[in-house]
Design a protein around this ligand. Structure first.
Ligand code: GUN
Ligand code: ZN
Length: 443
């Protein structure tokens, strides 16, 4: 049915945004009509949800009186970026010099995370972290807290006060870590249960059972993680796997009966839809088959993998096996909050392996692709009717160099590629969450 302009009234529209729009309907690897681009478009919203996306001409003069109108003409609007793995407590230790994973955890990460025993401290960092998400156009994140319950309360509260969509959970670790960060195993289960009741599916908050990684979790604790998943519908599970070769070797010593690192999690029932595994660098073909068949997702963390010298992830292997994948900042091993900078390094890692990452695929991966991998595409990821209106307003001319480069970028793909290579937080003019402007660069 074609809707005629006269059908717009206050019952169907309370907010309208004029800009260029880009969003994805499908995976560009699978369809030549994957994206929709409107050079001069109008996004019409009602109560924070998409009503329609149309050409501005023909509609702009028919907005009902009292419509909240944002004129971003000349700017590019995309769905809000989705970060599939990060650690808010590591914000203040980002860019700490010089070590690989296991030493880096001991020297920098654990001492920093110990500070989150204090609620006040956790609140300050959580507030900063959520503001940084908005400053970078990220409207959904899957986030690790620390072992402390108060650190979970802090991040969910900070996200809720900004209406951000958040997946988060209490880190569970009961061995091979400093005593002040080690859980009592049963207590970690009890605290997680309590946090699930408090936060899971409250507004835009989703709880993730969060065993840090197999070396820090006893078999009993991993079993209790499986129990939490069995007892509570639609929970997420987030962890790390196969990031670093010393870590992989350690896991084979701790769990000699398991076929592989991934198999440790699998044997405790921790592999399924809504499981998110960061890194997945050192997997074999059997592991990849299990990832695909289980419906779990990989969080590809390019800046972190380079920073810690962990190895090079194969994006083509995920394509070959049909595994769900998203891109992730992995702050503080990752070196940027910007999904643009993160795509920059993802592209270069692909280049090192002679694999492709086109600009269209890249922006699909940080929007609809991530939403699909997290099973959130019914509510976010593009501008389909009824979806939650999270979006980022991008200034393609934000720097002198970008202005110069854009002069000779004739196609959309070229401009997007220059954006992901040269862009960062300076390009984010505004970020809207559920339709409402929550960040503006210029004010
Ligand atoms: N493996 C276990 N914990 C961590 C962490 O905090 N960061 C990274 N990059 N890998 C991990
Ligand atoms: Zn991580």
């Amino acid at each position: 049915m074609t809707i005629v302009p006269s059908s717009l009234d206050n019952d169907s529209c309370d907010t309208a945004i004029r800009a260029s729009f880009l969003h994805f309907k499908f995976d560009p690897d699978k369809s030549s009509n994957a994206h929709e681009y409107l050079d001069d478009g109008l996004l019409i919203l009602k109560q924070g949800r998409v009503k329609m996306l149309v050409d501005a001409a023909g509609w702009i003069d028919h907005l009902p009186d009292g419509t909240d109108f944002y004129d971003y003409s000349g700017r590019l609007v995309m769905p809000g970026f989705i970060d599939t793995h990060t650690h808010y407590p590591q914000t203040e230790m980002i860019a700490s010099y010089g070590l690989q994973l296991l030493d880096w955890l001991e020297q920098y990460t654990y001492p920093t995370e110990a500070k989150f025993i204090e609620r006040e401290y956790a609140d300050k960092v959580a507030e900063f972290f959520c503001d940084e998400m908005l400053r970078n156009g990220t409207t959904t994140s899957a986030v690790f807290a620390t072992v402390h319950s108060v650190s979970v309360d802090a991040i969910f509260e900070a996200a809720q006060s900004r209406d951000l969509c958040l997946i988060a959970g209490k880190v569970m670790m009961d061995r091979n870590a400093p005593a002040n960060l080690c859980d009592d195993t049963q207590e970690s289960y009890r605290q997680s249960s309590e946090l699930i009741k408090r936060w899971h599916l409250k507004g835009r908050s989703h709880y993730a059972v969060t065993p840090r990684f197999a070396p820090c979790c006893s078999p009993q604790q991993l079993e209790l993680c499986g129990q939490l998943l069995d007892e509570n519908p639609d929970l997420y599970l987030q962890s790390h796997v196969a990031e670093n070769l010393d870590e992989v070797r350690w896991v084979s010593e701790l769990f000699p009966q398991s076929r592989s690192y991934l198999d440790v999690y699998d044997s405790f029932g921790l592999l399924g839809p809504r499981s998110i595994y960061a890194h997945c660098i050192h997997l074999d073909e059997w592991d990849r088959e299990r990832m695909a068949a289980s419906g779990a997702a990989i969080a590809f963390c390019p800046t972190s993998n380079l920073f810690l010298g962990s190895g090079s992830f194969s994006l083509d292997a995920t394509r070959r096996h049909g595994i769900r994948v998203g891109i992730a900042t992995d702050v503080g091993a990752g070196t940027s909050f910007s999904m643009l900078q993160t795509l920059n390094e993802a592209y270069k890692l692909c280049q090192m392996r002679r694999q492709s990452l086109t600009s269209l695929k890249a922006f699909y991966l940080v929007t609809l692709g991530a939403a699909e991998s997290l099973y959130l595409d019914h509510s976010i990821g593009n501008f389909d009717i009824g979806k939650e209106a999270d979006f980022v307003v991008i200034d393609l001319q934000a720097t002198v160099l970008m202005q110069k480069r854009m002069e000779s970028a004739s196609s959309l793909e070229e401009r997007l590629f220059a954006l992901m290579m040269l862009g960062d937080d300076r390009c984010i003019q505004a970020t809207h969450v559920m339709g409402r402007r929550r960040y503006s660069r210029d004010s």
